[in-house]
Design a protein around this ligand. Sequence first.
Ligand SMILES: [Zn+2]
Length: 132
Amino acid sequence: MSLEKLNECIQIRRANNSRAREAIYNVLMQSDECLNICDIIKGLSDTYPKKISLNTLYRHLNFFIECKLIVVIQNDFKRAYYALREDSLMVFCICTKCTNVSKLDLVDFIDLDITEDVEFITIHKKCNKCTN
Ligand SMILES: [Zn+2]
């Protein structure tokens, strides 16, 4: 994964380059897990020297969503989790106990008969942390 896709979108949409946008994208790129807004802010504090306002953060996230670079998963409390979109179908687990959203391996769901053109699948069950 690289910044290529992001740069493509920026060109197509004639958007200005933005260090902040790139930093946010990097945080998402470097994580294997879905991130909520707090996780992203925390990730940025390690990698980006300036403070990014919530407004700016959401504006850039919306840009990623519009460009179909990321997917948004909402848990049962409408808390949003963000993950970089992958080429293959993505499966997410919404934990029935802690309500965290995590990524699951598609291999475990290969039997699923998916005929519809879905963006991703969410499954409700206890996450790994809560089952142990
Ligand atoms: Zn859990």
